[in-house]
Design a protein around this ligand. Sequence first.
Ligand code: ADP
Ligand code: MG
Length: 692
Amino acid sequence: KGLRPEINNKVSEWKDSIKNDSYGKPTTKNLQEQRESLPVFSMKKMLLETIKNNKFVVIVGETGSGKTTQITQYLAQEGFNKGNMIIGCTQPRRVAAVSVAKRVSEEVGCRLGQEVGYTIRFEDNTSDVTKIKYMTDGMLQREAMMDKMLSKYSVIMLDEAHERTIATDVLFVLLKTAAMKRDDLKIIVTSATLDSGKFSSYFENCPIVQIPGRTFPVEIFYTKEPELDYLQATLECVLSIHKNESRGDILVFLTGQEEIDTCCEVLYEKLIDLHQENELIILPIYSSLPSEMQSKIFEPTPVGKRKVIIATNIAETSITIDGIYYVIDPGFVKVNAYDPKLGMDSLMVTPISQAQAKQRAGRAGRTGPGKCFRLYTETGYNKEMLPNSIPEIQRQNLSHTILMLKAMGIQDLIGFEFMDPPPLKTMLSALEELYNLEALTEDGDLTELGHRMADFPMDPGLAKVLIKSIEFGCSEEMLSIVSMLSVQSIFYRPTGELRKKADEKRVRFNHPHGDHMTMLNVYEKWVRNGSSKEWCKDNFIHYRSLLRVRDVRIQLKKIMNKYGSEMRSCGQNSNLIRINLCCGFFKNTAKKDSETSCYKTLLENTTVYLHPSSSLFGKSSSEYVIYHTLLLTTKEYMHCVSVIEPTWLVEQAPRFFAKADTEQVNKRKRTVKIQPLYNRFDQQQSWRLSKR
Ligand code: ADP
Ligand code: MG
C-alpha cells in the first residue's frame, strides 16, 4: 500500500514476467508475436490518432519499447506515405540506422533497400520503391541543404533526440520551418529520457505521448576506490560475473574500437587459460564493424552459454539487445569536443554524465531484474559527473555546420532558432576558420570555393584539400589519402606472439615523410595486389576497412567529377601531396621543442605528442609536422602525422600565417620563423552574423 503507484506497477509487471520468463529457452515467438509484445503496440491506435491530428508530436519511451522499429511501420500501414512519399527516420549513429533498417525489412518481409532502406554517409541503400527510410541525421541535414521543404517526405521522425547531436539540433530548426510551410508534413520527435517538455515547448507546445515502460529493478554496485586501469578492472569484472552470477548476458561499455578489440582479445586469452572459451561468447560492437558481425549480437544465446557484448556508447540507447542481465560501466565515453585550451577539436575520452550512467544501468533491467557494476566510486558519481551531457552544439567545432547553413543561403545565424544556441564565441571561431580556409569572404559571404566545399559531407579542411588537389595535380593520390582518413583503424595488431610479426609488416609500409604517405602506400599496394583479402591477411590489415575506403573513394570521386575536373596523378611526389595538405590543415601544425623533444602546436603553443603508432615515431628528422587529429588519452596525441616545411604554411595559408620579422640563422640551415595571425580579427568583430 505504501508504494508509489509507478513503483507498484513495475513490481507487478516484474512478478508477471518472472512467471512468463522464457530466458534460456529458445524463443518460440515469431516476428509478429514479438512485435505485438512490445510496449508501443498497445499505444498504436492512440499514437496514430495523435499524429493524424497534430503537426508535431513528441514521443517518450524507454529504450527497447519499439519506437524506432514499429512506429514507421504503423505509419506506413496507415497510409501516411500517400502519393509515393517517404516516411523518414533519423538516427544519430550509422550502426543504428543500418541495424534498424535491416530488422524492419525482416519484419516487413522485403529485401533491404526495397520498401525499407537506409542511407548513411557514402552508402545509399534505397530505391524507387522505398517507403520507409532510415538514415543518419547528418544525411537528412544534407538533403535539407538541397531541398529545404524536404518535399519527398510525408513524415519525419527525429529519433534519439535526447542525444542532441549537432545535426539533430540543426534539423529541429529546419524541420520546424519546413513543417510550418507544408500542411502535408508531420514531425515526430522521440526521446528515451524525460526532458520531453523542452522538445514539446520548442515544437509549438505539441502533445507528448508517453509509452509505458517495462523495466525491472537494477541493483547498482560501485567500486570502493577509483580504478587506476579501467580495462583491467573490466576484465576482472567480466570473469567474476561469469564465475559467480547466475545466467544472463553481460554488456560492457568501452570507448572505442581499438579498446574493444584489445579487450576482446585479452578476454579470449584468459578464457582459453581457464578452459572456458566455449562457455562465454565474446561479441564486439562498434560502428565500423561489418554488418554480419553486428547482427550476431541479436542472435539468441544458446542454452547453457553466456554472451558478453563489448560495445561503444552505441548500446546506451540506439540499439537494444535482449537478454542483458549485467552491465559493466567504466564511466567513460569518447567524444569529439572543441578544446579551448588547444583552440581546436580533439577526440577525448571523458567521464559520462549521470544521465548516461542511468541509461547504461537501465540496459540490465529489460529482461528481468539486473545488476550494474560501476567501475567508479559513488562519490565520483555524485560529485564528479555532470547531471546531463552537454549538447554537441555547445561543445563542438561548428565550421562544417555553418558552411552548410551558409550554402543553404541562411545568413542570419544569430536569428537561427536553435533550441540551445551555441556560444557566440564558437560561432565566431567557426566563421574565422572558414575565412582562413578561403571559404568565406571578409564580409562572411560564401566564396566559390566555399560553395564547392559544402558539397562534401566532411570536414571543411578535407574538402578544401580535395578540391585543391586538382590544381596541384595529385587528385588521384589525395582521393586515396582522404578516403583512408575517413575510415577508422586500418592496421590490425594482434596480441601475443603475432604482434611482433604484425609490427614488422607494418614498418614496411612506412614512408619517411610520415603517415599520410604511408596510408597512400598501403592503399596503392593493396590495389596493385588485386585488392585481395589474402594480401590483407598477410599484412595484418583489416580487409573490411579497405573495402570501405574503396567505396568512400568512389563516392568522393563522384562529387569531384560534378565539376568536370580531370583527375590527375603525381606518382609518388610527396612534396606536392604534403603542400596540398597544408592548404586545409595548416591549423593542425606543431614544431618540435628542441629541449624536450615533444611538440608544441604553432597555434597555442600547447604540448602535444607523436602517437607511438605514427611512422615518424622515434625519427629525428621531423621538426615541423602537420597532423590529422588530436586524441586525448593519457597525453594529447597527434594522429596521422607528416613532416612539412614551414614555408609551405605561409604560401598555403597567407590569411593565417606570416613570416616573423626576425629571420634567425642557425649554424646549419636558415630556419624561418612562422607565426600565426589568428588574433587579427579578435578586435574587429567584422563578421556579419545577422542580416544586413
Ligand atoms: P526503441 O527504439 O524504443 O529503443 P526498438 O524499436 O529499437 O526500440 O526495438 C524494439 C525491439 O525490437 C527490441 O527490444 C528488440 O527486441 C527488437 N530488435 C530491434 N532491433 C533488432 C535487431 N536488429 N535484431 C533483432 N531484434 C531487434
Ligand atoms: Mg530506438
